[in-house]
Design a protein around this ligand. Sequence first.
Ligand code: AMP
Ligand code: ZN
Length: 467
Amino acid sequence: MKIFNTMTNRKEEFIPINPKEVNMYVCGPTVYNFFHIGNGRTFIVFDAVRRYLEYRGYKVNFVQNFTDIDDKMIKKANEQSTTVKDIGDEYIAEYYKDADALNIKRATVNPRATEFIDEIIAFVKELVEKGYAYEVDGDVYFSTKKFKSYGKLSGQNLDELKAGASERVNLDEKKNDPMDFAVWKSQKPGEPAWQSPWGMGRPGWHIECSCMAHKLLGDTIDIHAGGEDLVFPHHENEIAQSESRTGKPFANYWMHSAFINIDNKKMSKSLNNFFTAREMLQKYNSDVIRLFMLAGHYRTQLNFSIELLDSTKVSLERLYNAISNLENLLEEVKRQNLNDDEREYTKNLDSYRDKYIEKMDDDFNTADAVSVIFDLVRDINSNVNAGSSKDLVVYSLNLIKELGEPLGILQKTTKGSLEEEIENLIAARQQARKDKNWALSDKIRDDLKSRGIVLEDTPQGVRWKKA
Ligand code: AMP
Ligand code: ZN
């Protein structure tokens, strides 16, 4: 299996430290808001990587953190007159709702930065003792020039980085060098803070990941991943801290997924050009959203539009139709066992699995893997029918689902996905009613009605049935 390693800028044979196990760390969300589908792409891509590694027989220890203390968290807590802890609790719960709905497997561990304060302080202390970090008035900075290979991930050297940074440098900062970065920040009025050898304060963002990855996965991890915007400075800084501390490589493979763009601009909260996963899930089921994401290569930027999602939905219908035909055939077919021709034909079916594995082994080429599934389905559509044996129908059905599983799609029966869509629409209508948006709630009801679904308000909640 080959993985494109950002560190070396090329595809490399993947050799995990333990032959049967993969330790993987993915930078997770800052939990001050719902996540948008740009973030969602990163989560879905690395969920597919994890699922595929599992499909290939590895045990994957998958750690994805929650950043639950930073400026955005503090701002949100102030706006809502609540605590940073409560904002974290609230949006972690919302994260799980959306991630579960997107069929993203739960991580082995989702550490929260604020649960690792003691370990972070110990980490910073060690950096100070080793001379890699220094304190100024309660702030602690990492001294980038002490770490000789600073810049190796993003392929820049310190002088180039400095030249690029010179306009952005804030002269008020107390650090010795513009490229140094904070590992510990002294408390400002009204901010949450913890006792430390440098006074009351809180951790910097980069040290959280270095610390939690080390604590949960050890000195060297197999795969460290995140969105491409994290290469610099976040991952560069994680490397500097971690490798200064241990003297060992922090991660053997660095994977970065490309952005989702809207009109060729990165989807982001700051540009206000985003769609939340929540709102997309009200209109599309997780298969549509995941197929849309995974039909592109993870290192290629993806332009988002509703039209593209709609056309993905139409293509997905082809797969659903094939599955539901096979499910119906199960009731119809007369013969149980494979005959000789069918036995031969299963070898042809198996060749799609081989092709799929070949594509996915090549740096998780989900785009080509998706095409293989469509080719497989076309083949099955023209060769499996009411004259086939039950075993062949089952074989075909299982293979489609098997190849869908690493992508996290096609796992429910077609009936299940329709039900899910209706439940989502009902939830959207309930929300619209709560918001007193009667126009929207009526529209959802009428749209469902035109599809032959009637809603009934009962004391137990909204029920639906086919008219
Ligand atoms: P944040 O909550 O902003 O810290 O981001 C969480 C994750 O989503 C990080 O790995 C980011 O790199 C990633 N991310 C943010 N915006 C986008 C985008 N437009 N497309 C893809 N990934 C993104
Ligand atoms: Zn991180």
